[in-house]
Design a protein around this ligand. Structure first.
Ligand code: PLP
Length: 390
């Protein structure tokens, strides 16, 4: 993320916001928030201020926020058998087939209690299939993300919530990629549990939260011990991380309208440029998407090689989600969208953020043109070298 480099992998993680850095620095030396003395009370104040900020960002009250070690833990905490509606304790889980690995894994549900909802070719959940699964399985906990980390496709959560609640179930929404990029209101979504993560919006890594709807109770904490987080998540709070999260979320929400409008324009410009390379396909292009996300493919290009090519050109992008980088595995998201193999294996995710400029977009478009010309059908080390020196 140095000056000469162009960072276009904001869905993997974001640079730390100045506000978050300052809040963390001020909180490093604080006491234990559970202590009754002045040092402890000061730390408690910082944690509660951050809790109020996270709650406000999703239209909730502070008591509804449980701090966790990130989005992954928030998802694991939500996906627990035994969540109660007024009439039933839920012992089945239904997840969309494009969820993050931490949700697809089913959390604490046994594998034979988990079903997957199909998506259409644009990457939106198939509401008819969800309805059929609810009719077949009865009331269930359903988990559908607000925005997909690979395509950016924004899911029809309000419609999902209506189906789930009509069937007597509960809805968990992974909003990790959405928070700070589009406005979120837990009541408007109709969600019963919402997961968020600090490092996707300019906060530190290793901090997140699960937000419960008003009146909603957890089935079972993941960690037992001290009574922190009202007994819902034991362990001394990560005070500095939480302080950074609070500061980052406040800054991200304040900047959201202007950032989203600017990024949408940059994205449009970049997509137009990418499409000039014949055969380029933008995934989920016809459905509502996050303003910062592009998933582009070109049959014959090999994504892993192209990512290295971009890197050599000074540009950070990714193939599929960062959590699966290192492993060359085809994207389960594009598989669920029934994308043909050659195209699927070429997919590159370009995700923009607050620091992205017009010049960055031009450099990225130029790199795509060159990579397409040099790597297609001939992608090997030699081709990369040629790209590097051209
Ligand atoms: N959910 C989604 C949609 C994500 O994109 C990610 C991270 O990439 C996570 C959950 C996991 O969040 P964390 O990295 O905070 O554990």
């Amino acid at each position: 993320m140095t000056a000469s480099r162009v960072y276009l992998d904001w869905n993997a993680t974001t640079p730390l916001r100045d506000e978050a850095r300052a809040a963390q620095a001020a909180a490093f030396e604080l006491g234990n928030p559970s202590s009754v003395h002045a040092e402890g009370r000061k730390a408690r104040g910082v944690v509660e201020e951050a809790r109020a900020a996270v709650a406000a960002a999703v239209g909730a009250r502070p008591q509804q926020v449980i701090f966790t070690s990130g989005g992954t833990e928030a998802n694991a905490l939500a996906l627990t058998p035994g969540l109660k509606t007024s009439t039933k304790s839920l012992d089945r889980l239904i997840v969309s087939s494009i969820e993050h690995a931490s949700v697809v894994s089913g959390g604490r549900f046994a594998a034979d209690r988990v079903s997957a909802i199909a998506v259409d070719r644009s990457g939106l959940v198939d509401l008819g299939h969800l309805q059929a699964l609810l009719e077949r399985d009865g009331p269930a906990l359903v988990s559908v993300m607000l925005a997909n980390n690979e395509t950016g496709a924004i899911q029809p959560i309000a419609a999902v919530a209506e189906l789930v609640h009509r069937a007597g179930g509960l809805l968990h929404v992974d909003a990790v990629q959405a928070l700070g990029k589009i406005p979120i209101d837990i009541k408007q979504l109709g969600a019963d549990l919402v997961s968020v993560s600090a490092h996707k919006l300019g906060g530190p890594k290793g901090v997140g939260a699960l937000i419960l709807a008003d009146g909603m109770a957890l089935a079972e904490p993941l960690l037992r011990g001290g009574g922190q987080e009202q007994g819902r998540r034991a362990g001394t709070e990560n005070v500095a991380g939480i302080a950074g999260f609070g500061a980052a979320v406040t800054a991200a929400i304040a900047a959201l309208p202007a950032d989203a409008a600017r990024l949408a324009k940059l994205r449009q410009k970049l997509e137009k440029n990418l499409r000039q390379t014949q055969g380029s396909v933008i995934f989920a292009q016809d459905v509502p998407r996050l303003p910062n996300t592009i998933l582009v493919g070109l049959p014959g290009l090999k994504a892993e090689t192209a990512v290295i090519g971009f890197d050599l050109a000074g540009i950070a992008v990714s193939s599929g989600s960062a959590c699966s980088s290192g492993k060359v595995q085809p994207s389960h998201v594009l598989k669920a969208m029934q994308v043909e193999d050659r195209l699927l294996r070429s997919a590159i995710r370009i995700s923009l953020g607050a620091a992205t400029t017009d010049a960055d977009i031009e450099r990225c478009a130029e790199a795509w043109r060159k990579l397409a010309a040099t790597l297609i059908r001939r992608d090997d080390e030699t081709e990369l070298e040629r790209f590097q020196t051209s």
